[in-house]
Structures are given as structure tokens and as C-alpha cells.
Write a protein that binds this ligand. Sequence first.
Ligand SMILES: [Zn+2]
Length: 226
Amino acid sequence: MLHSFLNLLFPRTCTSCHQPLQLNEALICTDCRFELPKTDSHIHPDEKIINRFAGKVLLKHVFSYLKFVKGGRTQQLMHALKYKGKQEVGLLLGQWYGAELKQLGFDKEFDLLIPIPLHKSRLKSRGYNQAACFAQGLATGLEIAMSEDTLVRNHQTVTQIHKSRYERFENMQGVFELKDVSFVRDKHLVLVDDTLTTGATIEACALALLEANPASISVITAAVAY
Ligand SMILES: [Zn+2]
């Protein structure tokens, strides 16, 4: 009774399907949770994901948690995370995926999670880095460290969509800077982002990290657009 009354005043709805949440549910309803379109790319390596970096930068693992389909559950979640201030969505998805990865022993393959940084002006206008929210959740689930100040973004890039591969590469030169070389040397690093599209931004970050001679670089994203 009280629950339905409170729900009338302050409707709590699922971030994904927008149906009312039960008392024991938070952010994402049980139906959506069990029907999340997982890629399982950490179990069956997915060439459509891995090939975005083939011949560009050597990565140990490339995992994406969810498939991004237009109008689907993942799009709703990523939109809420990126544009509606729902930082908790990133944390929750990161915790879920981190726990799955830890169960399979991946915590032993990684030392440090590094979210793709935002430029400080973008960080100021949005108030948070959505990739860092997902990375924070992964850090909790995997029980490994994360660092937000190792890699910084020096300038904001213009949209990449209409650029050729070479133009995109040029556009990315010098955008990312490694602040602490000795901190990442010989470590197994994981670059973390919200949605994997062309991979050009992640590639530029990986190239910046390589200058410090890490033991390896992997990539984990919350979603992947095919
Ligand atoms: Zn739902």
C-alpha cells in the first residue's frame, strides 16, 4: 500500500524499459536484467569487436558487455548514463560485469583500470565521466584498482563520423597524455569506455599508454555498436 502510494508520488521506473520497479529492484528491473543482450565476448572472443583494432594496436583482450541495438535495452541504458545524469547505471553494469569476469579469474590478468578521459571542459559541463562510472563499477566487481588521473585528454576533438581513417588518426594525435609513466610501466592495463564504435579514441589512448612499456593493454567497454 505504502509502496504504491510512494510510487504514485515519486515514480521509480526501470531505466531500460520504463516500467515501474518493484520494492526490491533498483535502476534496472529483473526482466531487463535477465534479458540484457550480452555479447559474452570474454568467453567466445568476438572478431567483429577485436578486428576494430587489428593491425593498429596490439591488445591482450577486447571485451564488450552488451550489444547496442538501436531502440533496444542497451541504448536506453547508455543514453541514461551519458545524457541523463544516471551515473549509477554505469556503476551497476560495471559491478555486474566485473563480478562475471572475476568468477572466471580475469582479476588475475589485470592490474589497473583506466577510463578513457574526458576533456576538462566536457567534464565540467557533464559533471562526471561516464566511462569512469563504468570503470568504478568494474573495479568493485573485479576487486582491482582504477586510476582516473594517469591519462588526461589535452583537447576536445571535433566529431569523427565524417572523417576518413587517416583523418581520424591525425585528429587524435597528441590528444591524450600519460601523466605518470612509472606508475603504468610493466602493469597489465585495461582501458575502459562506455560504448565501442570505431575504436579510434581507444586506439589513441592505447598508443599513448604504450610509451610507458606496460606489460599489456586490454579493453573493456559497457556496450558495442555493430
Ligand atoms: Zn526493465
